[in-house]
Ligand binder design. Structure first.
Ligand SMILES: Nc1ncnc2c1ncn2[C@@H]1O[C@H](COP(=O)(O)OP(=O)(O)OP(=O)(O)O)[C@@H](O)[C@H]1O
Ligand SMILES: [Mg+2]
Length: 256
């Protein structure tokens, strides 16, 4: 159960025209096995935050800690899934999912066991020997998720992972993620533009300010019925959707 602490973190980029302050003294604690969705205006610094937690970037000031240890570089305890799928077209689904395990020298029997388990959990058990070109966009995304889980991380960092999918496929992905995470809970940071997605997937929704990103609002999501898409029809759900949408308009400077 990995706990993530973003402690007073600033991140400045040296750009050609002018320096860009993406994060300014951002503080955020994410408890073990919590699913935290991050929403905020485009360009506010969400991906930067994720990259700092992943260890792809280092803070200009402040610290990012996982279980009390500073993050200094990427490692296999934190898996990242981006919007564009990262499957290798020349490898079968099985080879894709076991890619990280092979790199780490995990033996064949253990690899097969893990790959079978996660392909089953994401609903791709019958496609282990297929090539990515034979899969739909949603299925390729499932490969990404299976690969992320198979590598055995404690933390999953998802940057608009379903952003390129149509709504029906996206809904199916929410359920797939719910299903996998129920079997094997992880600490998850999930960046999205979609408020419904944030409410459906997250235990908590963080609304960021425009750049430099800081936490504007930190909302606890109280719903229990994650496996049920009809949850969205409920009054509590719609009330929270309106609340977050208002909060986003507020930070963006728009008024009703
Ligand atoms: N490597 C970099 N060099 C210079 N500036 C950068 C770099 N990476 C990000 N930025 C700038 O930092 C700011 C935050 O970018 P970031 O990608 O984190 O935003 P975001 O919230 O993920 O946006 P979106 O919702 O559009 O994905 C932007 O102004 C961006 O131009
Ligand atoms: Mg981004």
């Amino acid at each position: 159960m990995a706990v993530i602490d973003v402690e007073d973190v600033s991140k400045e980029f040296q750009a050609r025209r002018a320096d860009v302050l993406a994060l300014s003294r951002t503080t955020l604690r994410i408890e073990g096995n919590q699913v935290v969705c991050v929403v905020g205006p485009s360009g506010c610094g969400k991906t930067t935050l994720l990259n700092l937690i992943a260890g792809f970037l280092q803070p200009s000031a402040g610290r990012v800690l996982v279980d009390g240890s500073p993050v200094t570089r990427p490692d296999s305890s934190r898996a990242v899934v981006f919007q564009s799928d990262a499957v290798f077209p020349w490898l079968t689904v099985r080879r894709n999912v076991e890619y990280g395990l092979r790199l780490r020298g995990v033996d064949r029997t253990a690899r097969k066991e893990r790959v079978d388990r996660y392909l089953d959990l994401v609903g791709l058990a019958d496609f282990a020997d297929a090539y990515p070109k034979e899969l739909s966009g949603g299925m390729r995304k499932r490969v990404d998720i299976a690969r992320a889980y198979a590598s055995g991380p404690e933390v999953l960092l998802l940057d608009e992972p379903f952003g390129a999918l149509d709504i029906f496929t996206r809904e199916a992905m929410w359920l797939a993620l719910h299903h996998v995470n129920l079997a094997e809970p992880k600490t998850i940071v999930f960046v999205t533009h979609d408020i419904e997605e944030a409410l459906f997937v997250g235990d908590r929704v963080i609304v960021m300010t425009p750049r430099p990103a800081r936490v504007h609002q930190d909302i606890t999501v109280p719903f229990e019925r994650r496996g049920d898409l009809d949850l969205r029809g409920s009054k509590e759900f719609q009330d929270m959707r309106i609340q977050i949408s208002r909060s986003l308009r507020e930070v963006s400077g728009d008024r009703d």
